[in-house]
Design a protein around this ligand. Structure first.
Ligand code: MF3
Ligand code: CO
Length: 238
């Protein structure tokens, strides 16, 4: 899983280098696919429940699961890349959101708060804590910053499958039993944060999730191993 996630981080680095006004989002798909061939990994999302690309590329009000397309990035956009790879049967999964050229102060703050909320969650990912310590840390940080967390999509265990138990919500669900965290678990923690409402709509392509109010949303994700000495971020760029 370290290797799968190391490769995912390298691919995300390559995508990040190419972010600029004028770039077609399909170009990022090509980089992702070619990189998977080069590193001899399988793109984890391609074909998963019928998802038709290796990469999820979500712009502005798109929260997650956006399709790479002929859409051209514009100055002021924000773009999130979500990438998964399978190495020798083990999954890596990570996402980041980037500004395109100069963006608004609100967009800058959204990116900073979303990324920081991921690290607040990761800090809690240790044996002795419970799952919802992660959820509460993310939710409290995001909401006290004046933004909202998406309910409709959550993080997850990751390992020999992309999505394993438990679900890792970015909010504390009411009436759902909490679980104890143990070292040896690997969790994909992935806050999706919105400037306005956290309510989601799915576009006619059956995948692209957008905010109901069409305001901005950002997404950051790491695969995190719960080691006896604390959390290890496997998808951290080296
Ligand atoms: N990081 C997302 C997730 O863990 C990406 C899934 S995209 C899909 O759910 F196409 F694979 F569904
Ligand atoms: Co994930």
């Amino acid at each position: 899983m370290r290797e799968a996630n190391r490769i995912v981080a390298v691919i995300l680095d390559r995508l990040a280098e190419k972010v600029a006004p004028g770039v077609k989002t399909l170009e990022f798909e090509q980089i992702a696919r070619r990189s998977c061939e080069e590193f001899k990994v399988r793109p984890a999302f391609l074909g998963y429940l019928g998802y038709p690309f290796a990469l999820c590329c979500s712009v502005n009000e798109q929260i997650v699961h956006g399709f790479p397309s002929e859409r051209v990035l514009q100055e002021g956009d924000i773009v999130s890349f979500d990438m998964g790879a399978v190495y020798e049967g083990f999954y890596g999964d990570s996402a980041r959101t980037y500004p395109v050229g100069q963006v608004s102060d609100e967009a800058k703050r959204l990116l900073a708060v979303t990324e920081a909320s991921l690290y607040k969650g990761i800090e809690q990912a240790k044996s002795g804590n419970s799952l919802y310590d992660i959820s509460a840390a993310i939710q409290n940080y995001v909401e006290s910053s004046g933004f909202s967390v998406v309910r409709r999509f959550v993080g997850h265990g990751v390992g020999r499958n992309l999505h394993e138990k438990p679900e890792v919500p970015n909010f504390v669900p009411k009436g759902m039993p909490d679980v104890s965290l143990r070292s040896g678990m690997v969790l994909a923690i992935e806050p999706m944060v919105c400037v306005g409402t956290h309510e989601v709509e799915i576009l006619a392509d059956q995948w692209t999730a957008v905010t109901k109010d069409r305001k901005l949303s950002a997404h950051f994700e790491h695969s995190v191993a719960l080691m006896s000495h604390g959390p290890e971020i496997m998808s951290r760029p080296s």
